[in-house]
Ligand binder design. Structure first.
Ligand code: MN
Length: 501
């Protein structure tokens, strides 16, 4: 994954001076043990670091400032081992700009029925200390994750892992630069949106470029570097012998290699971790980038077709969140339906640009006409995704807010499609296509999505909460009656919550 910083999450422990030195020492040594236990059990790309026991407003403010300023710090995990009078937390929480989770745990798992005495009661006070902390957060109206259970419990560990990965997604968006080659596909509505609002809400910045700017980089690529990339293709993919012997096909593959190398240099020089293209604006390029886009996505760049910068941002954040997890993530589009009432499914694909990180098999490198756009035949990788659980996630600009829409789906095996030369995924949406597509349409969900087989709905719910955006979930429990009601209630909530901004 091409990110530049190492990640950390900080454990902080709330307490107070009232208990005396000895108890505070115990609180600290317990905290160090909890931090070490969590660090050993949590599997994530972030390092868990114990910071300190906090007993004054000044110390809490300072740790929050430090977290805000740290490029490594994803967020805080707060634990109230004892009672920590929460007025002390107001100043710090007011200025904290990173997400935090309230870990409502206690050092001991079980009550030591025979040994419990007043000293024990004075030390192990999470049961009421956590409530005092909860009150001030609720009173201040702060969104945060509350995780309840013993710190060695697997469920607690899994919840923390999910939260940490969501924090990686948030952090990634907070400084994401997106290169937009060409503009929006003309007249398409959902791929548009307010880029200023997006920068305020997420931190992402969208930088428009004429395709000629990219073509300059593509034209500068040397024949030697193209030849060595072609050898890489031969190693990594299946291909017909004609692919590298027919001069037309070889020309197309070389052209995509040239675009891949030029595009990568362009993106890396500008520190862009996501990009968009549009087949309506390819001036100076011989063809729509297919293979090039697929391979760059696999290297971790976010992508959206037809100028879709919101989906490009989403794909990038999902890739960052799912680092080291099995499965892949890709740009996706609901392409065509199978509407047999007994067996309704969606065939997902795009013209070319599906990420091979979701391939269940060695991709096949092929050259075919695009039948749209009037350019040369592009090369592309053809493959299918493995069966199993997946998500389709979409981000829309609703005018007064951003809406994240999630649909849980079950990928099923795709029959052979000998005449369709694109990467494809076949899925059954939850709870079924009829309800899922109905809900998706009612929510204004885009035709473009970020598709993932690495992340769960919980990752996305945590991410949406950290980003402070609306989130709608379509899963096995969705009923259209309730879903419509939720949309209506959200209209009122966001109208009021956003005030007059
Ligand atoms: Mn599209």
């Amino acid at each position: 994954m091409n990110h530049s910083k190492s990640y950390e999450v900080w454990l902080i422990t709330g307490s107070q001076h009232l208990y005396g030195e000895e108890t505070l020492k115990k609180v600290e040594s317990n905290s160090i043990e909890v931090a070490a236990g969590l660090a050993g059990a949590i599997k994530s790309p972030a390092k868990l670091v114990f910071k300190s026991v906090l007993t004054t407003s000044e110390a809490i403010k300072n740790i929050c400032l430090e977290a805000n300023n740290s490029e490594e710090c994803l967020g805080l995990i707060a634990w109230m081992h004892t009672f920590s009078p929460a007025k002390m937390w107001i100043t710090g929480l007011n200025i904290l700009s990173k997400p935090y989770a309230h870990l409502h745990t206690q050092f001991n798992r079980d009550i030591p029925w025979k040994e419990i005495d007043m000293d024990f009661m004075n030390l192990n006070q999470s049961a009421h200390g956590g409530r005092e902390f909860g009150f001030i957060n609720a009173r201040m109206g702060i969104d945060r994750k509350v995780i309840v259970g013993h710190w060695k419990d697997n469920e607690v560990i899994r919840e923390l892992e999910v939260w940490i990965r969501a924090a990686i997604g948030r952090q990634e968006l907070s400084h994401l630069k997106i290169a937009r080659f060409g503009d929006n596909m003309r007249d398409v509505a959902v791929t548009e949106g307010n880029k200023v609002s997006a920068e305020i809400q997420f931190g992402i910045s969208v930088h428009g470029f004429g395709v000629g700017d990219l073509a300059e980089y593509v034209n500068e690529v040397s024949e030697k570097s193209i030849d060595s990339l072609i050898n890489e293709y031969k190693d990594q993919y299946l291909y017909e012998s004609s692919a590298f012997s027919s001069s037309d096909q070889l020309k197309a593959i070389k052209e995509d290699a040239r675009i891949e190398l030029g595009m990568k240099t362009f993106l890396d020089e500008g520190n862009f971790k996501a990009f968009t293209t549009t087949f309506e604006d390819l001036h100076g390029l011989m063809q729509l980038p297919g293979l090039a886009v697929q391979r760059l996505m696999q290297q971790g760049y976010g992508f959206g077709a037809e100028g879709d910068w919101k989906t490009a941002a989403l794909v990038r954040s999902l890739k960052a969140m799912s680092e080291e997890l099995p499965g892949g993530s890709s740009f996706m589009e609901d392409y065509t339906y199978h509407l047999d009432p007994a067996n309704m499914k969606v065939l997902g694909a795009h013209m070319l640009e599906i990420c091979p990180s979701i391939a269940s098999e060695k991709p096949s490198l092929e050259v075919h006409p695009l039948s749209i756009g009037g350019k040369d035949d592009p090369a592309r990788l053809v493959f299918k995704a493995p069966p199993g659980e997946a998500l389709n996630v979409s981000l829309m600009d609703m005018g007064n807010r951003f809406r994240l829409l999630i649909n849980k789906v079950e990928v099923v095996d795709t029959p052979d499609l000998p005449k369709l030369p694109v990467a494809r995924v076949l899925w059954e949406p939850k709870p079924n296509l009829k309800v899922a597509a109905g809900a998706w349409i009612l929510a204004g969900g885009a035709h473009h999505t970020a598709f993932t087989q690495s992340l769960s709905t919980n990752h996305m719910l945590d991410l949406a909460e950290m980003l402070g955006i609306e989130c709608l979930l379509i899963d096995e429990n969705t009923r259209l009656y309730d879903f419509k009601k939720e949309i209506r209630l959200n209209e009122v909530y966001y109208h009021i919550a956003n005030g007059i901004r």
